[in-house]
Design a protein around this ligand. Sequence first.
Ligand SMILES: C[S@@+](CC[C@H](N)C(=O)[O-])C[C@H]1O[C@@H](n2cnc3c(N)ncnc32)[C@H](O)[C@@H]1O
Length: 229
Amino acid sequence: MEKVDVEKAMNELDSWVSKRGNGEYVPKNFVSPAFSFYGIPANFGIQQVRAEIKDFAHVIADQSYNHNTSALEVGLGYFGSTHFLWRQLFDKVTSIEKSHDRVRSFGENSRDFYNKWIADDGKSSFLIGASNDVSTLKKAYDSLTGGVDMLFIDGDHRYEGVMADWLLYNPLVGKGGIVAFHDANASVDSCGVPDFLEDLENGHIDGKNYELSKIIKSEDAGIAYYIKE
Ligand SMILES: C[S@@+](CC[C@H](N)C(=O)[O-])C[C@H]1O[C@@H](n2cnc3c(N)ncnc32)[C@H](O)[C@@H]1O
């Protein structure tokens, strides 16, 4: 595939995010509400800090693949804004999302953005269901027979949720592909990502020590990744 233009992709994403939710990225100093909070947190247009997702887009652009590229994401989110970005950076994108409504909304929001229906253009695929449901798993392995070049885990943030997603979908990532986790630096107790990543680094998951690179430019989000050998 052609080398991707990160600036152009980020400009597109800025335009998309400005029309979703409160129109903003997550601010660097935002801290997720505690488990006991029963209010409605701000409806950011993307669940990402701009500086972090931009640096991660550069990591993707720096990998050179001489084949059509493919990404798999667990967790589409309210507005599918990371799916929108992966569409700019990969030839094909699959998102696994348990909420049917969020998938429908992405179809409608992208129609409004492009003035045409693009959710059936062959570039985007959506697997509706829990990522750890056996039928979702089978659909993913049936449809991604060539593997993927990037896995972005951003669904169930409990320790066991991240662990399951990594165990189930990391085998789909080919050599030289990227395995990434969002919320590597989350502080809220209910988020198990940092603890899972520590165990992955220490060899406590499958006996191997994974060397993680971390993009952390915020108080409470962050992206960790490794390139598969
Ligand atoms: C934090 S949001 C994703 C945000 C999105 N990647 C972004 O940056 O805009 C997490 C999403 O994962 C979905 N989700 C949570 N657990 C899941 C699971 N086990 N399988 C599929 N989707 C899941 C939720 O419904 C939610 O839409």
